[in-house]
Ligand binder design. Structure first.
Ligand SMILES: NC(=O)C1=CN([C@@H]2O[C@H](COP(=O)(O)OP(=O)(O)OC[C@H]3O[C@@H](n4cnc5c(N)ncnc54)[C@H](O)[C@@H]3O)[C@@H](O)[C@H]2O)[C@@H](O)CC1
Ligand SMILES: [K+]
Length: 215
């Protein structure tokens, strides 16, 4: 049986890996982005002709910007759309945004028509989701779901409660999801399956602990 963890456990494992063991958070973000990029290339259900990257201003969005850069530097057509206040962005998100700016990866805004895209990457929220989704975030999620593009979600489909599998206002209906380290318990519930789609579990070097060995 697949071992799954709660969102709080995932945050604790991230924090232990970074603060106690000493693996820099940007190293983890780079590894996450590389694995997610590889999952996307591996997934025949994704048409990578024209890709829209949705990034929140936290580390889920930071992962998404790594994916944007890897796709862009390998010749894929990519646009990024950042949702949220950049003044509140996480440090690692800011670093990744600067790298995207170095490469001049094209940006679009929320008034963009999503219909021309073949794949949308969802990096709006992951383990940081703490309340119901509204405003621009809800608009971005609803536009992505209404578009004909396949959606690849990062860590947890945005708006899905990773513990209960319930929708918090609105949630991304992903074709596939790359979850970091372990699936979150809510993602394995029957009600969550239409939101999670095909699940990839990416080992990026997050602390596994004795309790997880042999599983
Ligand atoms: N350094 C790390 O700890 C790692 C984090 N990773 C990624 O980072 C994610 C977690 O990142 P963050 O903790 O920055 O959080 P998120 O990027 O999930 O969320 C960003 C912020 O959104 C805000 N927020 C929550 N609910 C909201 C709502 N309904 N409407 C508007 N704003 C809302 C919160 O202030 C939250 O901190 C993981 O899911 C994973 O994708 C991975 O890169 C692996 C390593
Ligand atoms: K997400």
């Amino acid at each position: 049986m697949t071992h799954a963890i709660t969102v709080e456990e995932s945050r604790q494992l991230d924090a232990k890996t970074i603060n106690e063991i000493g693996i820099p958070s940007l190293v983890l973000m780079e590894r996450a982005g590389l694995k997610i990029y590889e999952n996307m290339l591996d997934n025949n259900n994704l048409d990578l002709d024209n890709i829209l990257i949705l990034a929140g201003t936290g580390n889920n969005g930071g992962d998404a910007l790594v994916v944007a850069r890897l796709l862009y530097t390998h010749g894929y057509k990519v646009h990024t759309l950042t949702v949220g206040n950049p003044a509140h962005a996480s440090d690692d998100h800011v670093t990744q945004a600067k790298i995207c700016d170095y490469y001049q990866i094209p940006k679009v805004f929320l008034d963009e028509k999503f219909d021309k895209y073949t794949t949308i990457v969802d990096g709006l929220f992951g383990s940081g989701l703490s309340r119901n989704v509204g405003g621009d975030f809800a608009t971005a999620i609803d536009k992505a779901n209404a578009a004909k593009a396949a959606i690849h979600a990062i860590d947890i489909p945005s708006g899905l409660n990773g513990d209960t599998g319930e929708v918090m206002g609105t949630a991304i209906k992903a074709t596939s999801t790359s979850t970091i380290a372990y699936p979150k318990v809510g993602m394995l519930k029957d009600a969550a399956k239409p939101y999670t789609g095909k699940l990839y579990v990416d080992d990026i070097g997050i602390y596994r602990g004795n309790q997880f060995e042999g599983e």
